[in-house]
Design a protein around this ligand. Structure first.
Ligand code: PAF
Length: 284
């Protein structure tokens, strides 16, 4: 079956009807959403496969959301590869793609948005003010427009995933959130749409991020973990670190030395003009 492409609310509603989603029970079909900004890669494909296991139909949204980019960030140069993305969606059995323009998505006099609260000001939020607010605002709009039963997000954006879970809990949204594991290349590099900005030299230097995380994950205590990961990053001068933190997966607060259970070791760094993030989950 061809992928149905919808660009606005009316086309979305028509697509839902055509697929029998939200019809009268028992004819109602379930829907899983994979929200993306396009430039789809194997990591997105793995999320689509997870989504297919969870619902009868999969919707993918493709929208480069201006609200989650700062004034000096890469909104205008973010890769836009719609035709190739559509082929990926078709190959993964996606039923519909929602790809609105900025004008269709936001009213020109838009006033109201989602606040990520204090959790939106730490770690990634401390380096990208407003990013998590903008991300949650578009995710809530996508939930309201597409009306999925399930939504699938990558663990690679660990704070994003934690914040979306928080929003669903705080605002009583009737959606199950599923996290998909980070997909890595054979040498450990986490897949990201931004990897295509990297020159071969930058890519070589950027490998220090995953090496640092793996070195940290091989240790036993929070102090050893931070020290081992820091040492790897310090040895790569082409990597400018924004943060390296060991945090509680639900709150993103730094874990204490006596922490037990899961923790996330997360890193953000700039390599050349490209900013990359990565993380691993460690059980203490
Ligand atoms: O992870 C992304 O690609 C974006 O942050 C998302 C969830 C699609 C919201 O714009």
């Amino acid at each position: 079956m061809d992928v149905i492409v919808a660009g606005d609310r009316a086309e979305l509603a028509e697509a839902r009807r055509a697929l029998g989603i939200g019809g009268t029970p028992p004819a109602e079909a379930s829907l899983a959403l994979v929200p993306t900004m396009g430039a789809l890669h194997e990591g997105h494909r793995s999320l689509m496969r997870l989504a297919r296991e969870r619902a009868e139909h999969v919707a993918v949204s493709i929208f480069v959301n201006p609200l989650q980019f700062g004034p000096n960030e890469d909104f205008s140069r973010y890769p836009r590869t719609f035709d190739a993305d559509l082929e990926v969606c078709a190959a993964e059995g996606v039923s519909m793609v929602f790809a609105p323009s900025v004008e269709k998505m936001y009213l020109p006099d838009r006033q109201v948005g989602v606040s990520a609260g204090e959790m939106g000001t730490v770690v990634e939020g401390a380096f990208r003010p407003g990013h998590l607010d903008g991300m949650l605002t578009v995710v809530l709009k996508l939930f309201n427009l597409v009306r999925p039963d399930v939504a699938v997000f990558g663990q690679k954006d660990a704070q994003q995933l934690a914040m979306v879970r928080r929003m669903v809990a705080d605002l009583d949204l009737p959606i199950s959130i599923v996290g998909g594991p980070t997909v890595r290349e054979a040498d450990g590099m986490a897949l990201s749409s931004r990897n295509r900005y990297l020159s071969p030299e930058d890519r070589g230097a950027a490998l220090a991020l995953s090496r640092a995380l793996f070195a940290g994950a091989a240790q036993r205590t929070p102090e050893e973990i931070r020290r081992a990961a820091c040492a790897v990053l310090a040895a790569e001068p082409a990597v400018a670190v924004d943060y390296l933190v060991l945090v509680n997966p639900a709150t993103f607060a730094e874990v204490r030395e006596d922490h037990t259970g899961e923790a996330i070791l997360a890193v953000a760094a700039r390599v050349g003009s490209t900013r990359l993030i990565d993380n691993v989950t460690i059980t203490l």
